[in-house]
Design a protein. Sequence first.
Length: 251
Amino acid sequence: MISIHPLTGLAEICEGDDLAMLLRDALGRAGLWPLQKGDILVVTQKILSKAEGRMVDLTEVEPGEQALELAETTRKDPRLVELVLRESSAIVRAVPHILITRHRLGHVMANGGIDRSNIGPGGAERALLLPVDPDGSAAALSHDLASEGAAPAVVISDSFGRPWRHGVVGVAIGAAGLPALVDRRGEEDRDGRRLEVTQIALADQIATAAALITGEGAESIPAVLMRGMRLPPGDAPAATLVRPIEEDLFR
C-alpha cells in the first residue's frame, strides 16, 4: 500500500542551507530514517530555490524597454516582468493580468515560474526564481540522502495551471532515481490491443499525489516521503516530460 508522510518542522530555508541535512533530520523526526528501497522523496521547488539562492531583490531590478511595454499591457510590476523575460525563451500570451511564457527549461507557464508567495520575510519586495538545474539538484539530493545502500528517488515539484481547465496541479520539474516518463507504447491492453500512444507522466503523478499533503497555502509542509510504490525500472529526468516545440499540437 502506498503511504505519503509529511516532513514537518523545517525552519525557513535560506540561501546556502544544507537541504539534504535538513531533510534527513526531518525524516528522522518522522521516524522514516533510515530510508527503504523504493522510497520517493518529493521536495517542493520553493525550498530548493531558496537553498540555492534563487531569491531576487526587486528593488535591484531595472526594467528594460520591452519589460516596460509588457508591464503596461499586462498591468504587472515592470520589475517582475523584467525577471520573467530574463527567465524565458518566448512569450506565449500577454494580456491584462496574464503573462504566459516558455521558460528556458521548456515549461510553458505563467510568469516564467516566478513566485512571490510563501517566500518568507520581505516577500513584498522579493521574488523567487526556479532552480537553474532541477534535474541535477534532484540527483544531488538522491545521492546525499542515500542510506544503507538505499538512495531515494527524488521529485522536485511545482504547481502549474493547465490549458482549458481551472485550478493548478502538482508537476515535476526535476526528477532522479525513477523514470519521469514511462513509455508503454508497444504493450498490449487486456484485450490484446497494441498501445500506440500511451506514455505515462509518472513523475507528474507523484508530484500531484504529494501536493495533496504539501498544499498551496499556509500548510508549511515543503516535502513528503512516499513509501510503498512499486517503481518501474529505469531512470529518466523530468526534462523528458517537456514536449519539444516542433511537436506543439496547437500552433
